[in-house]
Design a protein around this ligand. Structure first.
Ligand code: NAI
Ligand code: DG6
Length: 515
């Protein structure tokens, strides 16, 4: 693939006997060093081990459609508008000067990866993430979707108050003609204050008919746009949790039967997830509710479809997942983390009711668990710090969310260190790049198979490589959850370099400190 190295465009050519390119498929052998550990009576035994993996990656990205549930929301309208703004290289004036469209905040589009050191100059080599193996650009995505509100996307964008007026007018001819498809609305799952928005609803109360309706929408979108890959992504309102229990949704057959028998506890997002899976479309949950119940995961596995979730990790939580890792890695002990938020968009309004807030509180609170478990000197009893999450609805600030965090750590010799962080930002400008990344990485994963033994197989249906972008990653059963941002980033970048056929440098910088 091609790369930008120190501002010069260069092709990235992998010279390795472990790589083979045939008929557009890159086959790479990867030596995975994963040591074997075992606790025995006399201590922890470690045996160095290597495992040979072979990856096959179809190099050409597939023509991909992204269906957003909640298309007319702040995230939906911002995500669609930004793609047009980038496709047409739009510029607009603000009181600070001219702005131009970009994809800042999208890891796949703007992050770079440290590959090593230039052998001649010892300069560090960073290449764009997007140049290591071929991936889609957001500009390539065909987008459509559903909303319970019938506002066209120009009106939705104006309602969102995210873009500057000049940009809104430039986007008008592109967004005004887009009207979301009618959606599934069961009022018990989102806040009661959303009722007056629901004017674009699939009629009736038969859940099986709703499922068939959504399946037909997906099929039509796929055939009309001649798509090879479809991804359905929930960026609609946060729902309350559903019950998870035997007989309801703990197996694939149960969830299908619960839809057939119109059970109250089947949520709109359950309907979307099942419809996607049955249509062979991958399903991602950008909100915190527990859509991905065991029965839906089993169904995804049965149909070889990816599912991913939960809840975009966009601002306060993203920072927390890097900062707490830094504190604990420094040997400091976080004792109290208090995270206030106030926001005035429709997300804030929906979260002002207890059951929807509870879904968000759970996803925002789980993010430090792995870091606490990582250090039994600081946390000998594995007890988490006091961790409190508050969200308040303040209409005046609209989408410009305020997140205020106080971290108190125990430090050396009984001292205390307090950090106060104030983060102000349009929430949808943080979330939209994650929407693209989730879709782009899912599409990439759909082109990869691997083998450790004899048979090539796809990745697990629960796509844990999306964890970097999600607050409460859903992972395959038995997989440890990783929340620490840089660890997640490194997992992902090591995977793409492995696909490209060269293992990441060990990067000890040993050559610089040895004689
Ligand atoms: P929003 O309220 O502006 O948009 C949600 C849209 O979903 C609305 O247009 C609503 O009419 C629609 N909707 C509700 N139920 C629906 C259904 N059953 N089918 C189709 N459409 C439906 O909210 P926003 O700000 O766009 O956020 C969307 C979701 O993403 C929320 O759950 C939020 O908590 C989550 N999220 C947002 C982040 C951000 O930074 N903006 C970060 C993390 C998560
Ligand atoms: C209040 O926090 C509203 C939420 O929807 C968040 O804005 C959203 O989940 C982003 O959360 P975070 O913690 O990643 O900034």
């Amino acid at each position: 693939s091609s790369a930008q190295v120190n501002g010069i465009s260069k092709r990235l050519v992998v010279e390795s006997p472990n790589v083979k390119l045939e008929d557009g498929v890159l086959e790479s052998k990867f030596n995975y060093r994963k040591n074997h550990f075992e606790y025995r009576a006399d201590g922890l035994h470690v045996t160095p081990k290597e495992h040979e993996y072979t990856f096959k990656t179809v190099l050409k990205p597939r023509k991909t459609g992204l269906l957003l549930v909640g298309l007319g929301g702040n995230n939906g309208s911002t995500a669609v508008g930004s793609i047009y703004a980038n496709q047409y290289a739009m510029t607009w004036k603000t009181k600070e000067g001219h702005n131009k469209a970009n994809y800042f905040g999208s890891v796949t589009q703007t992050a770079t990866v440290h590959l090593g050191y230039d052998s001649a100059t010892q300069n560090q080599i960073f290449v764009p993430f997007k140049d290591i193996v071929p991936i889609l650009s957001p500009n390539d995505l065909v987008i459509s979707g559903w909303d319970i509100s019938n506002s066209n996307l120009y009106d939705a964008m104006a309602r969102a108050k995210v873009f500057e007026p000049e940009l809104q007018e430039k986007l008008r001819p592109f967004l005004e003609p887009i009207v979301p498809l009618p959606s599934v609305y069961y009022p018990d799952f989102i806040a009661s204050n959303q009722g007056d928005r629901a004017n674009n609803v699939i009629p009736g109360d038969n859940k099986l008919e709703h499922l068939e309706h959504i399946r037909a929408d997906i099929r039509k979108f796929k055939s009309e746009n001649d798509l090879e890959c479809v991804i359905v992504l929930w960026t609609a309102n946060t729902e309350r949790y559903t019950d998870v229990r035997d007989g309801l949704n703990s197996t694939a057959d149960e969830i299908m039967e619960s839809i057939r028998t119109n059970q109250d506890e089947v949520s709109p997002s359950n309907i979307f997830a099942v419809a996607s899976i049955l249509e062979g479309a991958h399903y991602i949950n950008g909100s915190p509710q527990n859509t991905l119940v065991p029965g839906i995961i089993e169904l995804a596995d049965r149909h070889n479809v990816f599912v991913g979730g939960d809840d975009f990790k966009s601002g306060q939580t993203k920072f927390k997942s890097a900062f707490v890792d830094f504190l604990v890695s420094s040997g400091l002990k976080p004792e109290s983390i208090v995270s206030y938020n106030h926001l005035g968009n429709n997300d804030g309004k929906n979260l002002s009711e207890a059951r929807q807030f509870r879904s968000k509180e759970i996803s925002k609170s789980s993010v430090v668990d792995d870091m606490v478990k990582s250090n039994n000197i600081l946390f000998p009893d594995a007890k988490n710090p006091d961790h409190c999450v508050v969200i308040k609805y303040v209409p005046f600030v609209a989408d410009s969310k305020r997140a205020m965090d106080e971290y108190i750590c125990s430090i050396f010799m009984g001292g205390k260190q307090t950090f106060v962080v104030h983060n102000t930002c349009e929430d949808s400008l943080l979330a939209s790049p994650l929407i693209y990344d989730l879709a782009i990485l899912t599409e990439l994963a759909s082109r990869v198979t691997y083998k450790v033994g004899d048979e090539f197989q796809p990745f697990h249906s629960v796509l844990s490589i999306l964890s970097l972008l999600l607050k409460a990653p859903v992972v395959p059963p038995g997989t440890p959850i990783s929340n620490a941002f840089m660890r997640q980033f490194s997992t992902l970048t090591k995977l793409v370099t492995a696909l490209a056929g060269f293992p990441s440098d060990t990067d000890m910088q040993i050559e610089f400190f040895t004689k």
